[in-house]
Design a protein. Structure first.
Length: 497
């Protein structure tokens, strides 16, 4: 019997990212492929190096931290299983070096093993990937049919790409026995409740044309859906077999098809399952009555993708069909129904001004969300914003390993990458001070721990723009001269530019 190993590589992260917990979720794409291959009669193993070595943190090339299993352990597992084919996933552009590194380890362990790389990175850069002598085959787009073709036909080189699966109900329910669900309870992706959870995907593809998004390169523009009945069958199985109490839907657009979405929501209520949307939900697809139904049927938190707090930027640059006034009304309804809120925002687009960016920060603060994800723009290759950045000179030189959560690479006449990173840190400082999350002394210490000498610039920006951020004090609070003077004592660098 032909043996196939599917590997999720270790990850390379910025030092600033590894100071806290990292999001951890099951490698659902690999589990789908493993299930299809198993049903076709192959002996399959899934190795999630990131999860297995989650507590292993080693310095990589001085600037990055490697998180995941070490080389010796990866080689040992390859030697023990003796696979004929090894598939390596690269779903993050920034992690391409680790994907290539694992392919090298496979070939050095046994040159006769066929190495296959799949995911968004090899889909976009398939020609470059194949120049690596350690990679035999690239699978573009969805992997289920293509990996099955590689196994059945014994393909040893080149690019394999199959048409998208139109009827997602044809796919088997992913077999979570390929992983240990217990190992993924430590840290959930997004806002968690402490219940036993796992992830579910109910659709693929996105019809919208947001300038920064690369999802269509992987999944296409046409959204394909699983039926509500198929989704609820999976969730019922997860509840009965694995004692799952909570589902994290990781779709791009779970609510795009309203009737189907409402069937799923009401079915979740009948099953007694709590649920959330850590990847975000499109507010412009929802009505107030939908939110009421969601709250009544297990929705305990929502991540919502606003992207910008400036309507002109949304329309002209982001190209997202969201009305900010209506978004505010829907957000108020979400809060009214007792659902926890998390908002996603992006700043640093080519064409944005500092005033536009301050609009976004103020809008985010005015929403009164439980959590705000204020992110720097990551101009992923093959996106509109990447092409425009190259054309306008906003992107001079881009290393894709820098496209991380805390990275900033866009430079315009309005702002520098450093200003973008520091304005986010300044907003964080002011917001935490306003919410009285920690004492001012602790917040000041964190500023310098997180930013080094640039902490002085962060504090200067916090002082300069704090009113635009919503103020350092809660509305209605009396001013506290002692704390304000303490802040001023720490920002004596008026000449910083």
């Amino acid at each position: 019997m032909k043996r196939i190993m599917l590997i999720e590589p270790p990850q390379l992260r910025d030092r600033s990212e590894v100071r806290g917990e990292l999001d951890l979720e099951p490698p659902l794409g690999l589990i789908y492929m493993a299930t299809v291959l198993k049903e076709a009669g192959y002996d399959v193993q899934v190795l999630d190096c990131f999860q297995r070595g989650y507590d292993e943190r080693t310095v990589y090339n001085r600037k990055k931290i490697r998180v995941g299993l070490g080389d010796d352990e990866i080689v040992k597992r390859i030697e023990d299983f003796k696979p004929h084919i090894v598939g390596v996933s690269c779903i993050f552009f920034f992690n391409h070096k680790m994907a290539h590194h694992v392919c090298r380890l496979v070939k050095e362990t046994d040159p006769g093993i066929t190495t296959v790389m799949g995911g968004i990175y090899p889909t976009v850069f398939h020609e470059d990937v194949l120049r690596d002598g350690y990679v035999d085959v690239v699978v573009r787009n969805e992997g289920e049919r293509s990996m099955l073709q590689v196994a059945r036909e014994g393909i040893r080189s080149g690019v394999v790409q199959n048409p998208y699966i139109e009827d997602l109900d044809e796919l088997p329910i992913p077999d979570r026995d390929f992983i240990n669900i217990d190992n993924y309870q430590r840290k959930g992706f997004g806002m968690t409740s402490g219940r036993r959870f796992t992830t579910v995907l109910t659709s693929r593809g996105c019809p919208f044309r947001c300038s920064f998004c690369s999802a269509h390169n992987m999944w296409g523009r046409n959204t394909r859906f699983r039926s509500a009945e198929n989704v609820l069958d999976e969730i019922a199985m997860l509840k009965d077999r694995y004692n799952i109490e909570e589902i994290h839907f990781i779709d791009e657009n779970i609510s795009l098809k309203r009737e189907r979405f409402m069937k799923i929501v009401k079915g979740l209520g009948q099953l007694g399952i709590k649920w959330t949307t850590p990847n975000g939900i499109a507010l412009f697809t929802l009505r107030k009555e939908d939110i009421r139904t969601m709250a009544e049927n297990g929705c305990y938190s929502l991540a919502m993708a606003y992207e910008s707090g400036n309507q002109d930027v949304l329309k002209r640059i982001v190209r997202k069909p969201l009305n900010l006034r209506k978004a505010k009304e829907l957000t108020d309804e979400v809060k009214k129904r007792g659902i926890k809120t998390r908002g996603f925002f992006i700043i640093g687009f080519p064409g944005e001004t500092k005033e536009d960016i301050l609009d976004t920060i103020r809008y985010a603060n005015d929403l009164g969300l439980d959590m705000v994800g204020m992110n720097t723009l990551r101009p992923y290759p093959a996106t509109d914003v990447y092409r425009e950045g190259i054309e306008t000179g906003a992107i001079k030189e881009l290393r894709i390993e820098d496209l991380t959560t805390h990275g900033a690479v866009i430079r315009t006449k309005e702002f520098s990458p450093r200003w973008i990173k520091c304005i986010i840190e300044a907003d964080r400082f002011v917001a935490l001070g306003r919410k009285k999350v920690k004492p001012l002394k602790t917040l000041l210490k964190e500023v310098f721990t997180r930013n080094g000498i640039w902490g002085f610039y962060v504090l200067l920006l916090a002082l300069r723009y704090q009113k635009r951020f919503g103020g350092i004090k809660n509305k209605g609070d009396r001013r506290c001269p002692q704390k304000e003077n303490s802040l001023r004592r720490h920002v004596r660098l008026e000449n910083i530019s």
